[in-house]
Design a protein around this ligand. Structure first.
Ligand SMILES: *[C@@H]1O[C@H](CO)[C@@H](O)[C@H](O)[C@H]1NC(C)=O
Ligand SMILES: *[C@@H]1O[C@H](CO)[C@@H](O)[C@H](O)[C@H]1NC(C)=O
Ligand SMILES: *[C@@H]1O[C@H](CO)[C@@H](O)[C@H](O)[C@H]1NC(C)=O
Length: 724
């Protein structure tokens, strides 16, 4: 392969050489190739001024220029080297003579100019003062040996050697050497010469050899620039007969003195001064890898690459199929992004699943399944009852904001909420989700689901997804009965008429619970705080957390005693036997509260009277009922009516449950009393009163009750001690 390339190069040189001289002209003298416009012999072989002589009598033949100066090489790119020599100035003290050689070359009037860029004017020696120029100083260089350092090989830094460049345009070289004190210093000789700066083989130490003579003086090549004519390209092109540049060439002005030179155009090679001298270069052959993997095709002055499929090129080069960095990076990035998104999505999914599971767990833990069953069982309820989502209620209560709390108790907290449909609701949140309370919640839900009564708080729905189940009720705006009867600033705020109506409504609701639903329901926690009032003072019985459904075939069930101090049925407390009559007892306390405006338990009263039920009964027994009644009741209620209600309360508060009236009776009696109060004329119209009271039996019971109250105020002597 290497051999092949060498062969090719050799052939190329021969071809170039053969094509550089004019036809039938000498193209070689010794080692030197003579390209046209240079030539020897026949003037037609050269352009005027470029005639050289070849001395064939010398061996080897020597090409000579000017005054027999040897030409070392000629380049068509405007460079030519001649063999120069050195000027010397030596002093010998014993015969006291100065000997020396001159260096003076005169190219005035010829195409040659000493190259200002390719040469260096060099002087060697101590006490040396060298200059170029005759009368007029052109360039100067001085060296001395004051610090006695030896000349360092090849370097020329001012000590024993100095170097300087020459100005452009010098055609006439004349070197002068001067010594100030006859070379009395170390070296007896000074030398100066112009030399091609690339001529690095010159060894300055030669200078110190005493046997330096004509024979062993080294050849010092001097670079000359040559140019055509003494005009610029523009001027030359105007005169086409003398214009030297041929086809496929271009003209460049000389940078060193006047004249111009010709160069083959890009893609051509050869001699621009010859006709057809600039030949198309076969780039494809010269550089087989020019097109990389493509197929190279030479064209006149250029080449082109036919690139194979999959590569791309600009016509002058086929680029190997590039590693698709951008695509790969993009792919990796996209992949990474995809993984990230996937990961995130999976994470999110898992979290959501976990959350759903948790919600499901809560749902089950909160008896959701049971509730769902119940809801589907009570188809009527499904229309009005709804299972709310956690988010819905969170939004409704402003994330359970403290400002929304409307009630707090042992059971938990009640928040006021506004649903998305602007309905105002009360949301009951259990304090802790312990088993008992969950059961109570579920119990309450399932009971309320079966109740549809205007005096019972309506359950709108529930939420079981949270750790603590939430119940959503109709919002009852006006607070509890307890609040209106007992709280400061509210005492005596309810009229007798309203008290009677509230009592009647509450009794009606309880009676409905005891009898009207498919299973009797015992409220178990009847008290004034569980009777809510709306803006019209309409009673709404609430809080069915402790309520019990009683199977139809049982009249009593055994349970853990549960209730509120002051309202708790003493019989139930002692026997744990729960019957409807327990509610009757508790309602009796509420009636007593309505009459007296006194709290069910007050430690301000004496020990025996601490409990309202006992206080009330003992007061009646001692015939001082009117002393304990609230003033407004005394003022507004008819004596007979008050006695009737008080007597009813007393009957409700009987120690033995079976002696207490049924809730239905209580409700009917209160209803009757109320109507009497509303329509005082009713006594005169028996028929209408029957119609109003739903039968004479109702009226009878009122009469009975009113008549018997004093007889039955007895046997109340049980000490109730709960929570002490
Ligand atoms: C060639 O060189 C020789 C020796 O220097 C000299 O005698 C002779 O005249 C030269 N010939 C020509 C043609 O210059
Ligand atoms: C150089 O040659 C030219 C003409 O050939 C002449 O006029 C000039 O005086 C010469 N210079 C020296 C220094 O001899
Ligand atoms: C140098 O040598 C020349 C000629 O021999 C002599 O005339 C001159 O006086 C010398 N100069 C010095 C400084 O020695």
């Amino acid at each position: 392969m290497v051999f092949l390339v060498l062969l090719q190069l050799l052939w190329l040189t021969i071809a170039l050489a053969s094509s550089t001289a004019k036809h039938d002209c000498l193209d070689q003298c010794g080692d030197v190739t003579i390209p046209y416009p240079f030539g020897t012999g026949d003037p037609a072989c050269s352009i005027n001024g470029f005639k050289l002589t070849c001395n064939h009598s010398l061996d080897p033949h020597k090409l000579l220029v000017g005054n027999n100066i040897e030409v070392l090489d000629i380049s068509l790119r405007g460079r030519l080297h001649i063999a120069g020599w050195m000027a010397s100035d030596c002093y010998s003290s014993s015969p006291n003579v100065v000997t020396g050689t001159n260096l003076s070359i005169n190219f005035t009037g010829s195409p040659y100019t000493f190259s200002n860029t390719g040469n260096k004017f060099t002087a060697i020696g101590c006490d040396t003062n060298a200059s170029i120029g005759h009368s007029e100083l052109i360039s100067r260089c001085a060296s001395n040996c004051t610090n006695k350092k030896r000349l360092i090989d090849g370097s020329c830094s001012g000590i024993r050697c100095c170097q300087t460049s020459i100005p452009r345009g010098i055609k006439d070289l004349s070197v002068t050497l001067r010594s100030l004190d006859n070379h009395s210093q170390a070296s007896p000789c000074s030398y100066a010469f112009l030399v091609d700066e690339d001529y690095s083989t010159f060894d300055p130490s030669l200078i110190y050899r005493q046997d330096l003579s004509e024979n062993n003086v080294p050849i010092l090549p001097i670079a000359l620039d040559w140019a055509m004519s003494n005009v610029t390209c523009d001027e030359a092109q105007r005169n086409s007969t003398t214009y030297a540049c041929r086809q496929n060439s271009n003209c460049v002005d000389s940078t060193n003195g006047p004249g111009y030179r010709c160069y083959c155009n890009h893609g051509y090679d050869g001699n621009p001064y010859l006709k057809n001298g600039c030949k198309d270069v076969d780039e494809c052959t010269h550089n087989p890898n020019l097109c990389n993997e493509g197929i190279c095709e030479n064209t006149e002055g250029s080449y082109k690459c036919i690139c194979p499929e999959g590569t791309h090129g600009d016509g002058y080069r086929c680029k190997a199929k590039q590693f698709p960095t951008i695509q790969v990076v993009l792919g990796v990035c996209l992949g990474f992004l995809f993984l990230l998104v996937c990961g995130f999505w999976i994470h999110w999914g898992l979290r959501k699943k976990k959350l759903i599971k948790l919600k499901e767990k809560f749902f089950q833990q909160n008896g959701g399944l049971l509730l769902q069953q119940q809801i589907s069982f009570h188809e009527r309820a499904t229309e009005t009852t709804k299972i709310f989502t956690e988010e819905e209620l969170k939004r409704a209560t402003d994330n359970y904001n403290d400002s929304r709390i409307i009630g707090r108790g042992g059971y938990g907290t009640v928040y006021k909420g506004v649903l998305s449909d602007h309905r105002i609701v009360a949301i009951k949140k259990s304090r802790v989700a312990d088993g008992i309370q969950i059961d109570q919640f579920i119990n309450e839900i399932s009971i309320l689901l079966q109740i549809n009564h205007r005096n019972v708080v309506k359950l709108l729905g529930c939420c079981l997804e949270t750790q603590v189940p939430l119940l959503v009720y109709q919002f009852v705006s006006n607070g509890t009965l307890f609040h209106h009867v007992h709280d400061e600033g509210h005492a005596s705020s309810i009229s007798w008429e309203n008290r009677l109506r509230i009592a009647a409504e509450a009794a009606g609701a309880l009676a409905y619970l005891h009898s009207a639903t498919s299973f009797p329901i015992i409220h178990r926690d009847v008290k004034s705080t569980n009777i809510l009032l709306d803006d019209n003072y309409t009673a709404k019985v609430s809080d069915f957390g402790a309520s019990k459904l009683v199977p139809l075939d049982c009249t009593q069930i055994t349970t853990l005693v549960q209730g509120t101090l002051g309202y708790l049925d003493p019989e139930y407390f002692q026997t744990s036997q729960l019957t409807e009559k327990s509610d009757v007892y508790s309602f009796g306390v509420v009636l007593a509260e309505l009459l007296t405006g006194v709290k069910p338990v007050s430690f301000e009263r004496s020990e025996n009277e601490r409990n309202l039920s006992m206080y009330f009964i003992s007061s009646m027994k001692e015939n001082r009922l009117f002393q304990i009644l609230e003033q407004r009741v005394v003022d507004e209620g008819g004596t007979e009516q008050i006695y009737a209600v008080a007597n009813l309360a007393k009957r409700c508060l009987r120690m033995r449950g079976e002696e207490r009236p049924m809730m239905k009776e209580v409700a009917a009696e209160l209803d009757g009393l109320r109507r009497l109060e509303v329509h005082p004329w009713i006594e005169q119209n028996q028929e209408e009163s029957e119609y109003f009271l739903g039968g004479p039996s109702g009226l009878n019971s009122i009469n009975q009750g009113a008549g018997k109250y004093s007889l039955e105020a007895q046997d109340v002597s049980i000490e109730l001690e709960i929570g002490r």
